[in-house]
Design a protein around this ligand. Structure first.
Ligand SMILES: [Zn+2]
Length: 373
């Protein structure tokens, strides 16, 4: 869902990107703000209206980045790496690379965003008051920024997952019960309630108030929140059930290997066609030298397969991402999906003791879960 993004820069190693859907919000805001300014301040010239609207929206956009940076910087300080901040049609999202390990971390990471928005609301309202005598457009723009940041802070504090308030709520239940799972259960329930309430509000504003666009917009947000709450719940459930399972439990000890002098031709004939393995570990004694896959072979002209040893086309060992038998499966799954890996060697020191194959891993996990249930 976060594809087709435009990277606009980096702050402290965090990628800041805009999803194309954000352009819709930009256009809507530009239209609504210009129309509003024009209606309330008829003496403003058109260029003043447009420039005030544009600068106000750009600053609003920076305020959302600041809100997400609030989450991100606290996360980084608490040892949770952040990949990117993405702005999309429903606002912004900081992509944390994993869940918090403690209720306290979760609480502070979640609350940091709304705190930044409240602080911005306060700062903009003071600036707005201070500039009334200097420039009306400036003061009006700052006033709007104060209001919108206040709304962002309050809306995000609604206690339903995945909103910040839902995370805060989850952290508080987690703190009170000492159980992360109970916290998540209630936060997802809260998320569902909020989504249904918003859905009702949207319907009411459409039917009773005749506000078609506004009502529909609220319903779309409700639908988005409901989906996110359910997906977060499922993801959390799965990672809870996989806790305690390690790479060593799901790895394959039957390792397809070859010497580095084996030619591509021999390898394809003996292992790919007969054994059905698209991957092969190039070893010398028990030491891993590299990894060769069918796509490596396909990059070489078939005519030279009989003369080319796999040692020449393999990914050398130091470039291969490895795990140990103790690596938790949750971490392994995340690693494989983030780096788009299809196979990972399991190493004990420099000795190859097994390997993970993505398809087999998913099947093995399914069986583990079935046995557990
Ligand atoms: Zn937030």
């Amino acid at each position: 869902m976060f594809k087709s993004v435009l990277v606009i820069g980096h702050i402290r190693g965090i990628r800041i990107e805009v999803h194309v859907s954000w352009l819709v919000i930009f256009a809507l805001l530009m239209f609504a703000l210009s129309a509003g300014f024009h209606q309330h301040y008829p003496d403003w010239s058109m260029p003043v209206v447009l420039i005030t609207a544009l600068l106000t929206i750009v600053t609003f956009f920076a305020s959302i980045v600041a809100h997400e940076l609030g989450h991100s910087l606290v996360a980084i300080r608490r040892g949770v790496p952040v990949r990117a901040i993405t702005l999309f049609i429903f606002g912004g999202v900081a992509q944390l690379s994993r869940d918090s390990e403690s209720a306290r971390d979760e609480f502070w990471i979640a609350i940091a965003g709304p705190i930044v928005s409240f602080a911005l609301a306060l700062a903009f309202s003071l600036l707005s008051a201070a500039t009334t005598a200097i420039s009306e457009p400036l003061s009006v723009g700052l006033g709007w920024l104060a209001l919108i940041n206040f709304i962002v802070a309050v809306f995000n504090l609604i206690p339903g997952f995945p909103l910040d308030g839902g995370r805060v709520f989850r952290a508080l239940v987690w703190m009170a019960t000492g159980n992360a799972q109970t916290g998540m259960k209630y936060a997802v329930m809260g998320g569902r309630l909020v989504a249904y309430a918003l859905f009702g509000l949207g319907l009411w504003s459409m039917l009773a108030l005749g506000n078609l666009i506004g009502g529909l917009w609220i319903m779309v947000i409700a639908w988005f929140l409901l989906n996110s709450a359910e997906a977060s719940g499922r993801h959390f459930d799965l990672s809870q059930r996989l806790q305690g399972i390690r790479a060593g439990d799901v790895g394959n000890a039957d390792i397809p290997r070859a010497d580095q002098s084996t030619t591509i031709d021999q390898w394809v004939e003996q292992q790919v066609l007969e054994g059905g393995n698209r991957t092969c570990f190039v070893t010398e004694n028990e030491t891993l030298l590299g990894l060769v896959t069918l796509s490596d072979a396909r990059r070489v002209n078939r005519d030279v397969w009989p003369q080319t040893p796999v040692g020449e086309i393999m990914t050398p060992s130091d470039k291969v991402i490895k795990v140990t038998p103790d690596t938790p499966v949750n971490e392994l799954l995340q690693l494989m999906s983030e780096r788009n890996l299809n196979q990972v060697p399991i190493m004990e020191g420099s000795t190859l003791v097994g390997w993970i194959d993505r398809q087999r891993l998913l099947r093995t996990i399914e069986i583990h879960l079935e046995l557990e249930a």
